[in-house]
Design a protein around this ligand. Structure first.
Ligand SMILES: CC(C)(COP(=O)(O)OP(=O)(O)OC[C@H]1O[C@@H](n2cnc3c(N)ncnc32)[C@H](O)[C@@H]1OP(=O)(O)O)[C@@H](O)C(=O)NCCC(=O)NCCS
Length: 123
């Protein structure tokens, strides 16, 4: 298995994405955007989902160029609110080529920072 972690400063993330609906739609799924926008502090949740993408790339061990686009990594939620990962397109292909079959993710955020840890499993 391989682990990746990423820490995102919420204000810096917001400064980069605020008002950029094109960039947000290019990075997150419609489901992720709808969930985050419905929360009292959307940017914390979005920053955590961006951290999950960076953490997944670290666990995979390649940069984004080799793994498709940001939209190829999606954070899901189960009925209890626990996050999961779904991979699409280039990222799904890169993971399969590297032999990874399962993943797990954990998110946490405060007013200032969001963090994600991703573990990829080969079997
Ligand atoms: C889930 C919980 C640990 C979150 O902790 P917190 O200190 O309030 O908040 P954090 O910033 O550290 O974590 C928030 C993240 O925890 C994750 N989370 C939420 N519920 C979770 C769960 N059941 N299991 C694992 N992770 C969970 C989410 O990814 C959430 O971020 P998101 O809303 O952006 O997706 C806490 O609210 C708790 O213990 N809740 C009850 C647990 C539970 O099982 N509830 C089930 C209800 S059916």
């Amino acid at each position: 298995m391989r682990v990746g972690v990423d820490l995102v400063e919420v204000a810096a993330f917001q400064a980069r994405f605020d008002g950029r609906d094109d960039l947000l739609a290019h990075t997150f799924s419609a489901t992720e955007l709808a969930y985050c926008r419905a929360q009292p502090h959307p940017w914390r949740h979005l920053a955590a989902r961006f951290a999950a993408r960076e953490a997944a790339l670290k666990a995979l061990g390649t940069g984004l160029a080799a793994a498709g686009s940001w939209r190829d990594i999606e954070v899901t939620r189960d009925p209890a609110g626990a996050p999961g990962l779904v991979f699409h397109g280039g990222m799904a292909g890169a993971l399969a080529r590297a032999g990874f079959e399962r993943s797990t993710v954990s998110l946490s955020h405060t007013a200032t920072h969001a963090i994600a840890v991703v573990v990829l499993f080969r079997a």
